[in-house]
Design a protein around this ligand. Sequence first.
Ligand SMILES: C[S@@+](CC[C@H](N)C(=O)[O-])C[C@H]1O[C@@H](n2cnc3c(N)ncnc32)[C@H](O)[C@@H]1O
Length: 209
Amino acid sequence: MDVALEKRQVQRAYELYAPIYDFLFDWIFAPGRAAAIKHLELAPNDSALEVGIGTGLNLPLYPASCRLTGIDLSQEMLDKAIERVQTLAMPDVTLKVMDATAMDFGDNEFDKAVATYTISAVPDPVAVLREMRRVVKPGGIIVVLNHFKSQRRVVGLVEDLVAPVCTRLGWKSNLALQPLLREVGLVPELVARVNLFNGWRLVKCVNKK
Ligand SMILES: C[S@@+](CC[C@H](N)C(=O)[O-])C[C@H]1O[C@@H](n2cnc3c(N)ncnc32)[C@H](O)[C@@H]1O
């Protein structure tokens, strides 16, 4: 069952989530966040893009030497990230409101890109991953951390059943990993299960162009 997620619906949802997002989603998603940023293998002076940076919960995990750009569709979520950058006094972070399906960056502008808990919250995950491939240099690392549709039949059916409700809340519960990667031409180097009940997958790819 495919249920469409609309851009306006996402903006409305995250406008509401922004004040309570950290309270709800900090601790529960923390192990996956640490693993995702570690797997970016950031070297000094690497330029990294975080897609759908939200309130910036990953910010403390980046090395100080990293040149980071974060984008998000929601001004309200980004306002929280701006506060966090100021609190952490991070010198080289740029934050922009931007639709990840049509990024305002040139080809091959970044060494690395990451999207944590974002790819099932965007209306068009294929377009977002294609954009990530376009703006990351050949050979650069792309890390995606997300819940994907379970490979277990019964769990997958339940995820299909609850999809209309989840879509109303702002995310897709039944996004399948392998068809998504195939469609954008990404071959994972690593797929690791993370977080509570191993319910989320960390996918690390090298951007072969
Ligand atoms: C579940 S939150 C994840 C936030 C953050 N990455 C984290 O790890 O906590 C999903 C984020 O994706 C953003 N988002 C959804 N669609 C987007 C799009 N097309 N372009 C940019 N950001 C988008 C939302 O505004 C929201 O902040």
